[in-house]
Design a protein around this ligand. Structure first.
Ligand code: PGA
Length: 251
C-alpha cells in the first residue's frame, strides 16, 4: 500500500542555526504524535548533516533539494548523491521546476541524477508540472506525460517502485493560486493511469503521488481527501512549524 507523505521544501531559506531550530521544533512537535503520513523536510545541502543528527529521522525524514548529475570528481560547487546519502538524508527532490527553469535541468540531466540517487540508496521525489501557457492551452496532460516518458518511465520496474512523484503546476508555486481540488485530483489520477499503462495496476496503486503549489492548512484537508492525492510538497508553508504541522494534520 502506498504511503501518504507531507514533504517540506525549504528552498534557499534559513541559515544553519534557523534551520536547526526549525527542524528540532518540528521533531519535538511530531515525536509521539500518531501521524497518518510520513513527514520529510527538504533542506539546503549545508543543513543536511546537522539536521539529520538533530532529529529522529524516523519521525522527520530528511531530503536534499538537488544532487549532482555526476558521480564524483572535478565539478566545483557540486554535491553528489553519495555525499547526500552520507549525511543521513534519505530523499532527494529532483526536477523541481525552479531547477529546470533557472538551472537548465533537462530530461537528460535528470535521468543521470535519478540514476545516481537510486544507485546511492536515496528516494527521489521527482517533480513534474506545466507552466500557465500550457494549462491555458489545455495541453497539461500531454506535457506532463512527456516529462515522465523522458525520465522516470524509462526506469526498470524495480527502480520505479522506489520513487515518489510530485505534480507541481508552475502557475501554483509560490503564487497563492492553488490548483483547484478537481484540477489536482484529475492530474494525479491521470498520472496514476499512465503508471498503470507503463508498469501495471499494482505499481500504480503503490506509487505515492503528491500535489505541490500553494498548499496550505486551509486547502490541504480537501486536497488530501481526494483518492489520488497522497500528500503534498510544501514550500512556503513548511517554513513555520505551526503551518507545516497543520498540513500534516490535514490527513
Ligand atoms: P509553495 O512551493 O508551496 O510555496 O507554492 C511548493 C514547491 O515549490 O515545492
Amino acid at each position: 500500500m502506498r504511503k501518504n507523505i507531507v514533504a517540506g521544501n525549504w528552498k534557499m531559506n534559513k541559515t544553519l542555526q534557523e534551520g536547526l531550530a526549525l527542524a528540532t521544533e518540528l521533531n519535538e512537535v511530531l515525536a509521539g504524535a500518531s501521524l497518518k503520513c510520513d513527514v520529510v523536510i527538504g533542506t539546503p545541502f549545508i543543513h543536511l548533516a546537522s539536521v539529520t543528527a538533530a532529529v529522529d529521522t524516523k519521525v522527520v525524514g530528511v531530503a536534499a533539494q538537488n544532487c549532482a548529475a555526476k558521480e564524483s570528481g572535478a565539478y566545483t560547487g557540486e554535491v553528489s548523491a553519495a555525499m547526500v546519502k552520507s549525511t543521513g538524508a534519505e530523499y532527494v527532490i529532483l526536477g523541481h521546476s525552479e531547477r529546470r527553469e533557472y538551472y537548465g535541468e533537462t530530461s537528460t540531466i535528470l535521468n543521470d541524477k535519478v540514476a545516481l540517487a537510486l544507485a546511492n540508496g536515496l528516494t527521489p521525489i521527482y517533480c513534474c508540472g506545466e507552466a500557465l501557457e500550457v494549462r491555458n492551452a489545455n495541453e497539461q496532460n500531454a506535457f506532463v506525460k512527456t516529462q515522465l516518458d523522458e525520465t522516470v518511465f524509462n526506469l526498470s520496474a524495480e527502480d520505479f517502485a522506489k520513487i515518489v512523484i510530485a505534480y507541481e503546476p508552475i502557475w501554483a508555486i509560490g503564487t497563492g493560486v492553488t490548483a483547484s481540488t478537481e484540477q489536482a485530483q484529475d492530474m494525479l489520477a491521470y498520472i496514476r493511469g499512465l503508471i498503470v499503462d507503463k508498469f501495471g495496476k499494482e505499481m500504480a496503486e503503490n506509487t505515492s503521488i503528491l500535489y505541490g503549489g500553494s498548499c496550505n492548512a486551509k486547502n490541504a484537508p480537501e486536497l488530501f481527501s481526494q483518492p489520488d492525492i497522497d500528500g503534498g510538497l510544501i514550500g512556503g508553508a513548511s517554513l513555520k512549524v505551526a503551518d507545516f504541522k497543520a498540513i500534516i494534520d490535514a490527513f
